[in-house]
Design a protein around this ligand. Structure first.
Ligand code: BG6
Length: 560
């Protein structure tokens, strides 16, 4: 899930525009980056291993260029494997997001070509050199998006199947990007490229064609009302911190929104499946618990495991799909298969026009604004607020949950206390169990501490063996039917020397450290989550890590 960006028609500052675009896309992958521009009929390139950070480009003035920020799939993290790649004639240049699944087979057919890297991308480039983009793309298997710079014709060509690609319409210049956010500084006039569409782009014109029929297609231009400044860091040190403090406004908005059309689809005996990946899967699991605890049939499914319901889904059931980006490949694949079963699909997503948004029958936008930090925060609590609203929880409780009256100093002190631990346990019961899973994920994602979540009742059936003197255990203890049992579980851990960190509306003698949350029925899940987000953030800072770009991760996984 790399980030790709291109511009044509620039007034001699193509390299700077591409670099700025890559910086906005860097949350999609940050193993290496590179840019190519055309100057005096020659392609001039720079490539680097590592993050872009505050790098400046040394490339010459040009009106056309493209670039790439990489999340490595094929070939190690080296300059040789960094994109953009050049063909044998050095007149074609390619960047790519996706995986060419049949690249070895294709490579055998390209024996006369000289390969400089281990990447699947370079194989695709030599194929396009051999038989042109259209013919070549038809031979490629997998989910891919490509931008090709043809220096002879001074134009950019782009094509996709599965991976996201958006064209931005400027004044006498046009842009191509993996996502909308990198375009907003320049334009809000955009075209969402559909699968198997190919575009020919110059500074003056964008022509669309169908890969299958090669017939011309009239582009659908969408005007977005998003502002680039919405995703400025402002007074915050990191996007994760900014996005944690974006939550009150977002949750307050969602608390009183009327999802009437969707609510009508939900009935107690009509089974609802919730689908998601990563943090979105934990929101799906929260939904399953919340629906079931209110007498509604429901089941949460990891999108990468959708096969287990393929033979069970029926048109009279409902599928609610949760995805911040709306582009996660496991989500898109599973929705494409499940939609064949004629089950109505509701999308809960943060990106208008994303693949999921376009695939769904009903759409709910999270309204969380751009989420830049790789670890998802505000998109998660936005999903919780919508789920609570869908079954009519008192909006006053949800609004109260947005208040975020948290003891920041105490959380920061705690992070200093436990920052050198190798293991942290997080336990919860019932509707707090998915919150425990999300809390552990946040700590793992940004601090690299091995945090594990357990349904508290399961601890004594094995995992409690891992508790040692001083092992931190975060205990989620809201004022509900699980409270007494949670306190008992806390005593069992304490008896083995564990350090008990209680997140609860009221203190308790078993807690070594108490972090207070308001008592808001099922909405208590929101402030409990925010405490865990802040603790994870402070742990990352305490360990000298960058919480926005954790190692090995990327914001939106668009490869299998
Ligand atoms: C991962 C992100 O790549 O994808 C997680 O790092 C996210 O934060 C997960 O929860 C699912 O993404 P999405 O966009 O489908 O919600």
């Amino acid at each position: 899930m790399c980030g790709i960006f291109g511009v044509v028609g620039a007034s001699q500052n193509a390299a700077q525009l591409v670099l700025a675009g890559l910086k906005k896309l860097e949350y999609r992958g940050y193993d290496s980056w590179g840019i190519t521009v055309k100057q005096n009929n020659k392609l001039v390139r720079e490539r680097h291993v590592g993050k872009i950070g505050s790098a400046q480009t040394k490339l010459p003035a040009s009106n056309i260029g493209l670039g790439h920020t990489r999340w490595a799939t094929h070939g190690g993290v080296t300059v040789g494997n960094a994109h953009p790649h050049l063909d044998c004639t050095e007149t074609l240049c390619l960047v790519h997001n996706g995986i060419v699944e049949n690249f070895l087979e294709l490579k055998q057919k390209l024996s006369g070509h000289c390969f400089q890297s281990e990447t699947d991308t370079e194989v695709a480039l030599h194929l396009f050199e051999e038989c042109g983009l259209l013919k070549g793309f038809k031979q490629i298997v997998g989910m891919n998006a490509f931008i090709l710079l043809d220096s002879a014709k001074n134009q950019l060509l782009t094509v996709k199947n599965g991976s996201p690609l958006i064209i931005g319409l400027g004044k006498n210049k046009n842009y191509i990007s993996s996502d909308v956010w990198a375009l907003l500084d320049h334009t809000n006039q955009i075209i969402f490229l559909e699968d198997n569409q190919i575009a020919q782009i110059t500074g003056k014109q964008v022509k669309l064609f169908s890969v299958k029929s090669n017939k011309a297609i009239k582009p659908k231009v969408v005007t977005l009302d998003w502002k680039a400044e919405q995703s400025r860091l402002g007074k915050f040190h990191h996007y994760m911190e900014k996005e944690i403090f974006d939550q009150p406004k977002i949750i307050t908005n969602l608390a009183s929104q009327d999802f009437g059309a969707i609510k009508k689809l939900i009935k107690p005996n009509r089974k609802t499946y919730f689908l998601g990946c990563g943090t979105a899967y934990y929101a799906a699991l929260f939904a399953e618990y919340y629906f079931r605890l209110n007498g509604f049939e429901a089941e949460a499914i990891m999108a990468s495991e959708y096969q287990k319901i393929l033979k069970l889904v029926k048109p009279d059931q409902l599928l609610i799909v949760l995805s911040q980006s709306g582009e996660t490949i496991d989500i898109i694949n599973s929705v494409k298969e499940l939609t064949k079963k004629k089950i109505p699909i509701v999308a809960l997503t943060n990106v208008l026009g994303s693949s999921l948004y376009r695939l769904a029958d009903y759409k709910i936008l999270l309204g969380a604004g751009q989420e830049v930090a790789v670890a998802s925060t505000k998109a998660f609590t936005a999903k919780l607020a919508i789920i609570l609203n869908l079954l009519g929880l008192d909006s006053g409780l949800i609004k109260a949950a947005a208040a975020l009256s948290l003891d920041r100093k105490k959380i920061r002190t705690l992070s200093q206390t436990i920052k050198d631990c190798d293991h942290i346990f997080v336990i919860g019961r019932g509707i707090s169990y998915p919150i425990a899973l999300e809390a552990a994920l946040k700590i793992k994602e940004v601090s690299y501490i091995h945090a594990e979540a357990y349904a508290a009742g399961e601890l004594k059936h094995g995992p409690i063996a891992l508790i040692d003197k001083g092992t931190p255990a975060i205990v989620l203890a809201p004022n509900d039917e699980t409270l007494t049992d949670m306190i008992s579980s806390a005593y069992e851990i304490k008896a083995r020397g564990g350090l008990i960190i209680g997140i609860s509306p009221q203190d308790n003698p078993v807690f070594d450290i108490h972090l207070q949350v308001p008592d808001l029925k099922q909405a208590t899940a929101i402030p409990m989550t925010v405490i865990a987000q802040l603790l994870a953030y402070d742990l990352a800072i305490a360990r000298g890590l960058n919480p926005d770009k954790p190692r090995n991760l990327a914001k939106s996984v668009t490869v299998k």
